[in-house]
Design a binder for this molecule. Structure first.
Ligand SMILES: *[C@@H]1O[C@H](CO)[C@@H](O)[C@H](O)[C@H]1NC(C)=O
Ligand SMILES: *[C@@H]1O[C@H](CO)[C@@H](O)[C@H](O)[C@H]1NC(C)=O
Ligand SMILES: *[C@@H]1O[C@H](CO)[C@@H](O)[C@H](O)[C@H]1NC(C)=O
Ligand SMILES: *[C@@H]1O[C@H](CO)[C@@H](O)[C@H](O)[C@H]1NC(C)=O
Length: 287
């Protein structure tokens, strides 16, 4: 009976936590700072205020509890503890050349990033060791990682045939998924419930989706903003978007809606959804 009681206790804890409400957060970056929005209370908190760089992308390591981010103007990948424990500080993980987008592989404990000018994708271990070039493809920008099916999705920015491409995690098997020319894709993210890839187009603000096999390209919404669109992060049927001075929340179900949840004085660059429940389950429910 002992294992049964254990499960029951854990389930009770989860039920209690759900009824209290998880404090899910939306982390976002502006020039030189990273902040969070408590999605429950809408309270805004500064996380880091001295980054000295634009940060266009962040990703979270749920196992070791670090947010990784690309410091484009300081040529490195850095990380900080999240949720923060004491004084908020960050440390540099590895050097990089104008890094734009980062993506975590939670299966092999790697961080991947794109370099906008060299056109390269690299990866290293979570602690920065073993930096390895994965591929080179003209000029590259956005990046996301499908850890279930083991693909990297990235956008190219070569001024001739901008597209969304994919490769295996070692850089092999490059394929073009869809041409987006002349648009530049600045955000890529995956809805794992529906096996759909979402992307944001910088120039016209179109948020679009496609199936992994390249079929069914759909326009989800347009932000109607010219040259002011950035990163996206998908969580189920909800998509968070950086849209000029605003953080937008786009709900796809039951009907598609778009609403501003926060406005800043400067451009919103990166967005990252943080799910407290997932962290909790990660820590406690290894039955
Ligand atoms: C370093 O990377 C290479 C190539 O990806 C891999 O074969 C090797 O196992 C890695 N070593 C460590 C210590 O991670
Ligand atoms: C399109 O881009 C790829 C690299 O992503 C390049 O190899 C190819 O030559 C380009 N095609 C044209 C027509 O420019
Ligand atoms: C294509 O995607 C739309 C949503 O964008 C969905 O409503 C529709 O069912 C999909 N079509 C197919 C054939 O899967
Ligand atoms: C963009 O404009 C279209 C057409 O006017 C409108 O339906 C849509 O709601 C607008 N999008 C946003 C995010 O406001």
């Amino acid at each position: 009976m002992k294992w049964y009681m254990l499960i029951l206790t854990k389930l009770m804890i989860i039920v209690c936590l759900i009824s209290e409400g998880f404090q899910n957060k939306l982390i976002f970056s502006i020039t030189s700072a990273i902040k969070e929005i408590n999605l429950h209370t809408r309270e805004i908190t500064d996380l880091l205020i001295d980054i000295e760089s634009n940060v266009h992308s962040m990703d979270y390591d749920y196992t070791n509890k670090y947010i990784y981010f690309a410091r484009e103007d300081k040529d490195d990948i850095s990380r900080f503890r999240y949720p923060p424990n004491q004084a908020n500080t960050y440390t540099t993980v590895t050097d990089a050349d104008r890094p734009i987008s980062v993506a975590i592989d939670p299966v092999y404990n790697h961080v991947y990033w794109t370099e906008r000018n060299t056109g390269k994708i690299y990866r290293c271990n979570f602690d920065g060791a073993n930096k390895t070039e994965i591929l080179q493809d003209g000029k590259v920008y956005a990046l996301t990682l499908d850890h279930r099916n083991r693909w990297l999705y990235y956008s190219t920015n070569n001024k001739i045939n901008n597209s969304i491409r994919r490769s295996r995690l070692d850089g092999s098997g490059k394929q073009t998924l869809v041409s987006v020319h002349p648009q530049l894709v600045t955000g890529l993210s995956i809805d794992f419930d529906e096996d759909r890839l979402f992307w944001m187009e910088y120039g016209n603000g179109n948020l679009k989706s496609i199936y992994f096999d390249g079929s069914n390209v759909s326009i989800v919404i347009s932000t109607n903003t010219t040259n002011g669109n950035g990163d996206i992060d998908v969580h189920g049927s909800t998509i968070y978007c950086s849209n000029d001075l605003n953080v937008l929340i786009v709900e796809v179900l039951p009907i598609t809606t778009a609403n501003v949840i926060h406005t800043e004085r400067g451009r919103i660059l990166g967005v990252l959804y943080y799910e407290e429940k997932r962290k909790f389950i990660h820590e406690n429910v290894r039955l």
